[in-house]
Design a protein around this ligand. Sequence first.
Ligand SMILES: Nc1ncnc2c1ncn2[C@@H]1O[C@H](COP(=O)(O)OP(=O)(O)O)[C@@H](O)[C@H]1O
Ligand SMILES: [Mg+2]
Length: 369
Amino acid sequence: MADYKILMNSFITPWESANQFQEDFIKTVEHKTEGRVKVDLFGYAYGVKGGSTKTKHALNDQFDADLLIDRSGTMLAFAGHIVRTAALRGIQVMNYPVAFDECKSLDYQIAHEIGVPVPKTILVAPHKVAKFVVAKKGERQNKHKHEVNFESVIEELGGLPLYFKAAHGGGKANVYKIDSWAQFVNQYIQVGGSKQMVAQEFIDFDHYVRCFSLGDTTLKVKYDPDAEEGNRYKKDLNHLSHEDAKLIDEYIYKINKHMGYTINTLEFAKSKKDGVWYAIDFTNGCNFDMRTCELGEELYTSALHSFVDMALDYVYNPRPIKIMNQNFSMANNRLLERVKNKPGINLARFKHDYFKIKEEMTSLEQHFK
Ligand SMILES: Nc1ncnc2c1ncn2[C@@H]1O[C@H](COP(=O)(O)OP(=O)(O)O)[C@@H](O)[C@H]1O
Ligand SMILES: [Mg+2]
């Protein structure tokens, strides 16, 4: 009989190779712990090889687990709900559910606020928002019209080329490199008219890294984003200077702390122009590249073992569930700083609510008496 249980929801994919990680994870955990930790794999609605299927969840349904590792919450709303519910129910969850709110515009903003360099980024309003105008006879009309000043966006981003990408995207879907004004306008009309897009300064880089962040361990791998699939990760593991590695670790620590990631895959590009490491993509909680055909045998095995060790560490050394957003203090310190000396401001309600939250946090201490 196993003493501990890890739940893992499955990565929904049509590719057989993507199941590799889930299967290897189960085998490795059970082998390393001599069966004391069991892994239950489950999928949603469509089923999963070697696991069970979850098609519904009622309010009183229980989760029997010491840890839930999420592999699909960012892609499937149902999975996101299950994982959030599990956290509410006192199950340690990787990743902490705030990660489901992934949205490029907000992600770049958070990174900017916490001092991690990001390319200049502008959120561009889509034009297919219903714009009501009063028509002749007083009836309402839907008018689709855009008023984006493309010249000023280009100018603010330091000129062309630039990147134009979907705020809610992943896997390079709806990511465009824009070389001309006409292409920008055209792409905006085609995609940016209905999707929320961000326009971003192009970083011309001479070094690119993709980092697998697994709890306290990070594998920083040299990466060529423009190479064919299977050839993007480079074998050379000593490609970073001590200073660069330290700086990237610092950025990763900050991003993960403020965005609630235990597991994350992050990309940084070192600009040819100013030598600064810019965070390009840093909200990939499910880690879809975990397969040998993508990473190669050596890197895959190393990532797999780091992953398993981290998961077991959380099983044996549980951490608090940070259901309260980590940005709480940062945002509220700023708010108080701004308003405290303003006339007519009453902080009584703020104080009341704050102490209530604090009291709730303090109630945990009874467990250590
Ligand atoms: N600002 C940028 N400068 C240079 N290259 C970029 C920039 N933004 C994106 N890219 C390139 O486009 C790829 C996909 O963009 P990314 O933001 O990672 O989208 P996704 O979340 O879909 O992976 C990156 O891996 C990188 O090669
Ligand atoms: Mg990416």
